[in-house]
Design a protein around this ligand. Sequence first.
Ligand code: TMP
Length: 207
Amino acid sequence: MAASIQRGRLITVEGIDGAGKSTHLPWLKELVERSGRQVWLTREPGGTPLGERLRELLLHESMAPLTEALLMFAARREHCEREIWPRLAAGTWVVCDRFTDATYAYQGAGHGLAVQQIADIDRIVMGGFSPDITFVLDVPPAVGKARLADGRTLDKFESEQAVFFERVRSSYLARAAAEPERCRVIDSTQSRERVRAAIEAVVLAAS
Ligand code: TMP
């Protein structure tokens, strides 16, 4: 009898803009690879041709918060159905730069959409699916802003004021506190080595 394939895990990385995700994501992919697993690195909004087109609109066009949430979830459903779920079923691990927590944090806390409304859409679109492990890279908004100031033009979200990012950050921290099994908050003002050591301990424990 053929051995059954062990389902892969979905690891997501969250945080306010400038929290340091891009510094750690390729390394995290390699970390999982080194443990002998197939791994796919992806991002939201995005990860599919349609998702990437929606990303262009979402990051640059002004729209109502509900429209924004609906497009985020449309991109997410496409991403899951075409890419993430088949890979997890085949035993591949998926590392995703942002996922559903970002919609609660940005469209909910940031742009004022009611949490219950997001939860209703989440239930209809995702049917209760959520990541296995979520890292919240935590920095104060001033630190995030300084890290973004690298000369390039900022997108719609990155251009928000510090009070917006205070709300987004609080939402992430509250969600992490409510789901301690899934979420790990990591102080991302620490050195790169310390952040990585904290991530590595969690990933290796999950293997
Ligand atoms: P990135 O800059 O981390 O690639 O993410 C793109 C932006 O999209 C980021 O500013 C956060 C925002 N975003 C939301 O507002 N809601 C979401 O559900 C997701 C996935 C991202």
